[in-house]
Structures are given as structure tokens and as C-alpha cells.
Design a protein around this ligand. Sequence first.
Ligand SMILES: [Zn+2]
Length: 163
Amino acid sequence: MLKRKIELEFTEYDDFNELDPADQHLVNEARRAVGHAYAPYSDFKVGAAVLLENGNIIIGSNQENAAYPSGLCAERVALFAAKSQFPDQKIIAVAIATAAGEITGEPIAPCGGCRQVFAEYGDQQPSEIVLLLAAGNLRVSRFEDARILLPGRFSWKDLKKGR
Ligand SMILES: [Zn+2]
């Protein structure tokens, strides 16, 4: 028997001004996207901003629907839009912000489905996708590699093994 341990390391910034200016800009773009959210059912508005290698920033917000499963999280809206428009561009960083975070001071955490998407796009490129989870002006968590948020994930390599 072998016990294994998975550790997760990230940096937490208590002061927004400690963040690199490029990170601040990306978080502010995610905050701006919060205002575009369509969340009449949950009233939980989220914004995301994806920075690509070419400097473009693609924003997204959560989009809900009366047929609940038809909606989509802000970060997946932004990631899919970015990859649809710029399929060959590396993703440098993604910032996620929420209106609730402004009140609670707690950084927003991506759902499992979004973590899976981060992981797969991360696997497809040579450099890591930085992930910034923001809570208002109070705290920002910075993950150097978004893939660490989903250890033991399903991947295309597993899919190939099963064939
Ligand atoms: Zn999600």
C-alpha cells in the first residue's frame, strides 16, 4: 500500500495593488464582464477575462436559462469564445470575478466542469494557464497552473487508453 498526498500551492494577495499591473488589468476586465451576466435565476453574477498570447482579452459572463442545464459559467463562455475566435493562440491567463465576491471577500472558485476545461486547454499548450480568482478589491488568489485545481482529472490520454 502506498499513501499519496496532493498539495496545492497558490499565492493569495490581500492587497489588490500588490498584483502585477497586467494581472490587475485582467481582473478588472473580469469585473467589467460581471455587468454583462444574465443570471435572473441564481442572481449570482460572474465575469471572466481570458488573456491570449497575442494580447487580446476575451471576456465572458455567466448566461443562465429557464431550462437550467442550458446555461453556462462565465469562464467557459470566455474560454470557448476565445478558442473559437483564436484557436491557435496560447492562453496566458484567466481572471474570474463575481459580484458576490465584492461582498463576501471570498475569491470565486470555478466549478468542476470548468476545471476540466482549464485542464484540457492547459494540456494542449506548452505553457501553463495562470488563474486569478478575485474577491473585490480585497483578495486575489493566483494559481500558476490552472490544472492543479483538478488533480486526478480525466484526460484525452485516458480516452486513448480506453480505445
Ligand atoms: Zn463552471
